[in-house]
Design a protein around this ligand. Structure first.
Ligand SMILES: [Fe+2]
Length: 196
């Protein structure tokens, strides 16, 4: 039987997943899923963000790996299956992180798709800058937000951080860009898990 993860094992577990699965294709993007998340974290760090935004950028797409989390407690209704349709990876990722990380990290993951839908509705030119794969998934994810959805989203207490992480999500798609590896973020993750 697979043991549920704990505060002691979650970071080595994430490290191993990044090493083993980080080279997988990222749904039609020109970078691997691992490079994408590492680039997002790198840009957040370069911009001087705090640990929480850096960690959220690093982990925002961890929901693509949830098949590796079987055995750990997830929120009710969250499937343990791999998500290959990109419809729910943000919920699955948030459920995984929720057991170990501060709420703000979890929300940046949970709402990174909503942030795309928000920015498509409110920021001129944002849609045109999306990658082809991101445009495709947008249609699966509900398209741009309605005015009511926009108003609700803007009132979210973590709105600014969620939008920041979304911008690093967009930025982290540069083919061939070499950035620091997962190990360089372990001290940040350890601080956050200890404090959560
Ligand atoms: Fe992403």
């Amino acid at each position: 039987m697979v043991q549920p993860l704990s505060k002691q094992t979650i970071i080595p577990f994430l490290t191993e997943i990044f090493e083993r699965r980080g080279t997988e294709e990222y749904l039609g993007e020109q970078v691997t899923i691992g490079a994408h998340m590492l680039q997002a974290a790198h840009f957040a760090q370069q911009d001087g963000h705090d640990d929480i935004v850096i960690a959220a950028a690093l982990l925002h797409d961890v929901g693509h790996f949830t098949g590796d989390f079987i055995g750990m407690p997830l929120a009710e209704g969250t499937a343990f299956m791999e998500d290959s349709t990109d419809r729910q990876h943000e919920r699955a990722g948030a459920a995984v992180l929720d057991a170990f990380f501060p709420e703000l990290v979890v929300d940046c993951c949970r709402y990174h798709v909503a942030a795309k839908r928000y920015l498509c509705a409110r920021e001129p030119g944002y849609f045109e800058e999306l990658s082809a794969a991101s445009v495709h998934s947008l249609s699966l994810q509900g398209g741009p937000m309605s005015d009511d959805e926009v108003a609700a989203f803007e009132s979210h207490p973590h709105f600014d951080a969620i939008i920041a992480v979304r911008r690093y999500d967009e930025a982290g798609k540069e083919p061939g860009l070499d950035v620091p590896g997962f190990a360089s973020y372990v001290p940040i993750l350890e601080r956050l898990v200890a404090a959560a």
